[in-house]
Design a protein around this ligand. Structure first.
Ligand code: AHR
Length: 661
């Protein structure tokens, strides 16, 4: 009789829960068993100057075409001739330019300054100015007429936001500068530079930076990086920093490939080139997209050091982008490319008195950067790649056996006409040639990610390790401008990432791609972070990455889930230093998941734990207006123990941190 009552009560509860749409499951964690170690490089970031990510983004320069080196030399500039003003503007290679690398400069020949004779710069889709912040204007100028210049930054509605003057410009090229404090805020301001006297003046490297753009982290400045963008990257605590791409490494053709040696040393002498994303997408043409390399390899190493991420440079291997020209450097002319790679290692790690180490020291970092990884080629494929890789690997390993090499497997296999045959071919080669790490890329529908969370369960354990070097869930499709950074895609990636963590003995590094996009100047969607001239915000995808990275843990613990397969994805790991078990659970279904969590062999588990939840509706996104609409919320739980119940919200990622005594 008693048993009958209990059964009816249990049946009643079951019916109630089912009616409420609650799914039930048991999660068994073998807390006394150690799985693979999780590499500190596991959760990384991937930077490429796409979407105005570099110039117009992380690089804080506010003046576009500051050195008049764009092929259309006046692009970004317009003449100003106020009132009775009269004179002539010429952009010339002229005599004795500021330097030979950037030969163009502007000459103003002013007959009458009137109410202003000069020029205005439109910035990168406007200039973002914040009230109360200081801005540093700088220009190289020469004049034989003791010229005076007025500097002003004007809001879209005509309000003056910044004002300064530069007087007594005389003699040969010299730097003139002034510091100005903003009286108002505006996202779409313009910069005016006006001669206030008759005479002639030559101008070059016309530049405006927020004064606070020189970051002071670890006591060392990273010159000229946008503070809010650096902060959102640092908050992720990435373990790895891949740079500078991406297809940008390869170039549309070899002429426009990324050459790291052109990106170091004096900023005034870094040679500008066209950005390969300038004309890549016909539906998102950005003819004003160039690479000034103000954010170059030195700044990259410095930033990696300051945010605590291992640098992973990717270098051109003698091949231009195979989606474009696919130009190849003949094998007998490959040596300079190999030498560039050898020299980069010396620049990063060599003693301060070595040829390239000396250049690093001269820029302010005598200590080596201790770089450990190097990627040979970006998304290369085919026998021509293998041929070239062999030459690189031989030379690099001979001189620097300690550097771990990353080899590619082409682009996402879904893009190739013959499916994953390219990837299979390359993996066959890598099994023989044994680079330490092999890079795989996935740009797929969001459902592919949750369906393939077990991808690495079946990978051989004794082969090169894997870098999941570019991935992002596509709500619409690769290259589709309608792709969304919504919660549904973010959770699909999170489900996939549980599989990456579980297989930490195979997968040693990962990065979402691309990193960021300017809301008014992007070419590619989706992106992890979005920004405009004044604000920056993380997407739901960003918060997923951040949750994994800031709750990384050291050692994976085996997990078994009864029921809810394909809907609930769970991993567990140990954070040794904190004495905690970290459980990450991703519920991609519309139902709450009531789980009994069984921490087998854990010993004493404190009843109080920390719970962080990222939840919402599948279509939810963040925006400038609602930057944290989808963001994690942290709370305390009080019912933790060796066996406890927890209900995972519909459409959510949850991180539980439990203290084990
Ligand atoms: O992330 C955008 C592009 O996708 C990268 O440049 C390239 O490597 C990949 O094809």
């Amino acid at each position: 009789m008693k048993q009958g009552v209990i059964l009816s009560v249990l049946l009643g509860i079951f019916i109630l829960l089912s009616a409420a749409g609650v799914c039930q499951t048991t999660i068994t964690i073998s807390a006394d068993k150690s799985g693979p170690q999780i590499s500190p490089t596991m959760w990384g970031i991937f930077f490429e100057d796409i979407n105005f990510n570099g110039d117009g983004g992380l690089y804080a320069e506010l003046v576009k075409n500051r050195s008049f080196e764009f092929p259309k030399t006046m692009m970004g500039w317009r003449p100003i001739q106020g009132g009775q003003a009269a004179g002539k503007w010429t952009i010339t290679e002229g005599q004795d330019p500021l330097n030979a690398v950037n030969p163009n400069y502007l000459r103003l020949e002013v007959q009458n300054p009137g109410e202003g004779f000069g020029l205005t710069n439109e910035g990168f889709r406007g200039i973002g100015i914040n009230k109360g912040e200081k801005y540093y204007f700088s220009v190289f100028a020469r004049s034989s007429s003791a010229m005076s210049l007025k500097v002003e930054v004007v809001a879209a509605d005509g309000r003056k936001l910044l004002e300064g003057t530069l007087d007594n410009i005389t003699g040969d090229w010299k730097n003139y500068h002034c510091l100005m404090t903003a009286t108002e805020t505006d996202a779409k301001a313009t910069l005016n530079l006006l001669a206030t006297k008759a005479g002639t003046v030559d101008l070059d490297m016309i530049s405006l930076f927020p004064e606070n753009s020189a970051q002071q982290m670890a006591g060392r400045p990273v010159p000229g990086l946008r503070k809010d963008v650096v902060a959102i990257l640092a908050a992720m605590k990435p373990g790895l920093f891949r740079f500078p791409g991406g297809c940008i490494v390869e170039g549309h053709d070899l002429e426009t490939r990324y050459q790291w040696k052109n990106t170091i040393g004096d900023i005034n002498e870094r040679k500008l080139i066209i950005n390969r994303w300038n004309t890549e997408f016909k539906h998102r043409l950005t003819p004003d997209y160039f690479q000034s390399f103000g954010l170059g390899f030195y700044e990259y190493f410095l930033l990696s050091e300051q945010i605590g991420a291992e640098p992973l440079p990717i270098l051109n291997c003698g091949m231009a982008c195979q989606f474009n020209t696919g130009q190849l450097v003949p094998m007998d002319q490959l040596q300079p490319y190999v030498q560039d790679a050898l020299d980069l290692i010396e620049f990063a790690n060599g003693p301060a008195d070595s040829e390239w180490g000396k250049k690093r020291a001269a820029m302010g970092h005598p200590e080596p950067f201790k770089m450990k990884y190097l990627g040979v080629g970006n998304e290369q494929w085919g026998p021509q790649y293998v041929e070239r890789y062999k030459v690189f690997a031989r030379a690099l390993k001979e001189k620097y056996p300690e550097i771990q090499l990353v080899a590619a497997t082409g682009s996402d296999p879904a893009i190739f006409p013959n499916g994953d045959n390219e990837v299979k071919y390359l993996w066959g080669q890598w099994r023989i040639l044994k680079p330490e790490i092999v890079d795989e890329h996935f740009y797929r529908k969001h459902t592919w990610f949750s369906d393939n969370a077990a991808r690495y369960d079946s990978y051989a354990r004794n082969e090169p390790k894997v870098f999941v070097g570019e991935y992002a869930a596509m709500s619409h499709g690769v290259g589709n401008p309608d792709n969304r950074n919504n919660l549904e895609c973010a959770l699909a990636e999170a489900a996939f990432m549980t599989g990456l963590e579980r297989n930490a003995d195979v997968v040693v590094m990962t990065a979402y791609a691309p990193l960021a996009g300017h809301l008014d100047a992007w070419q590619w969607k989706p992106n992890l972070i979005w920004f405009d001239n004044l604000t920056v915000y993380g997407t739901p995808n960003y918060y997923v990455q951040k949750l994994f990275s800031t709750h990384r843990g050291d050692v994976v613990m085996p997990v078994k889930i009864d029921a809810a397969e394909g809907k609930l994805f769970v991993t567990a790991c140990q954070d040794k230093a904190a004495g905690q078990v970290i459980i990450k659970a991703v519920n991609i279904s519309s139902q709450p998941m009531e789980a009994t969590v069984d921490l087998q062999g854990a010993g004493i588990v404190a009843s109080e734990g920390q719970v962080t939840v990222l939840a919402g509706q599948p279509a939810d996104e963040n925006s400038v207006q609602a930057p944290t609409k989808v963001a994690p919320v942290t709370d305390t739980m009080t019912n933790a123990g060796p066996r406890f119940t927890y209900t995972f919200k519909p459409y959510s990622m949850t991180v539980l941190r439990l203290t084990v005594k």
